[in-house]
Design a protein around this ligand. Structure first.
Ligand SMILES: Nc1ncnc2c1ncn2[C@@H]1O[C@H](COP(=O)(O)OP(=O)(O)O)[C@@H](O)[C@H]1O
Ligand SMILES: [Mg+2]
Length: 252
């Protein structure tokens, strides 16, 4: 079943910033996909279009049979519950414990109260930090904080997990641990979409990799390595100039 489909999606921020240009792609249920490319290439924009935090300028974004631009104001929060979202501008509430942060996510999505306690404890066990339930965010290590954010994204039982640069603040060992955990969660049946510019991490995970350059989809590889279409004009230009060669192909 098609989990997600983008049909010629263009996103222009005012006045004239082309963040995504005619992007078409399909993601199947249960897939694990990396979106990658340099900073500013449009990864975050794509994730926000998926979860209807943004609307496309043209084209269509579909998830589980719903087209975001056809959702009514009333339907948007329900649509968003399909997604568990971990993004850099959505940190933990600092004055609340880890448990309270998760409980708030349950409350905000109107989940049954009698389910909340069980679900919160279960999710903290899944991400491996049950002993941190009563801790405040400043009492967590970077890796634990990332797991707490992951737990908050998961606690509401989403179908699609969307992670935006989840390893941005982690050292390589904590990054690896987090991504192995995300891999396990994917094996439990969730579709996983991760935006990351961390080339090494993306390569080592050996998942599907969709690559963007300047808002254009230039590669889609099942082999888990960067696959850049050299017919892309801007990439070809930079390749000729030798600017991006080392960056993208240097560490084979
Ligand atoms: N709210 C916004 N208003 C204007 N321009 C934006 C906004 N958000 C992102 N952009 C621009 O859109 C482009 C893509 O940004 P983004 O999706 O954040 O890329 P990435 O996540 O790959 O770094 C960049 O040029 C960025 O500066
Ligand atoms: Mg980003």
């Amino acid at each position: 079943m098609k989990e997600i489909e983008l049909k010629k999606v263009t996103k222009i921020y005012s006045p004239n910033i082309m963040a995504l240009e005619e992007v078409s792609l399909t993601i199947e249920q249960g897939e694990f996909v990396f979106l990658t490319g340099q900073s500013g290439c449009g990864k975050t924009t794509l994730l926000k279009l998926l979860s209807a935090q943004l609307m496309p300028t043209s084209g269509e974004v579909w998830a589980r049979g719903h087209c975001t631009s056809e959702l009514t104001h009333y339907q948007v929060p329900f649509y968003r519950r399909l997604f568990g979202i971990m993004q850099t501008d959505m940190g933990l509430l600092k004055e609340q414990t880890v448990r309270q942060n998760l409980e708030f996510a349950m409350y905000a999505t109107e989940q049954p109260v009698d389910l909340t306690k069980r679900r919160v404890e279960q999710t903290l066990r899944t991400v491996g930090i049950p002993s941190k339930a009563g801790h405040y965010p400043h009492e967590l290590s970077g890796g634990e904080a990332a797991r707490a954010l992951l737990a908050r994204a998961l606690v509401t039982s989403p179908k699609i997990l969307v992670l935006d640069e989840p390893t941005a603040n982690l050292d390589s060992s904590a990054s690896w641990d987090l991504m192995c955990l995300v891999d396990e969660i994917n094996r439990m049946g969730l579709t996983v979409i991760v935006a990351s510019h961390d080339r090494e991490l993306v390569t080592i995970m050996k998942k599907r990799v969709i690559t963007f350059v300047d808002g254009k989809l230039v590669g889609d590889s099942k082999r888990g390595v960067y696959d850049i279409g050299l017919d892309d004009a801007s990439m070809a230009r930079d390749m000729v100039l030798g600017r991006k060669r080392r960056k993208w192909f240097g560490k084979k």
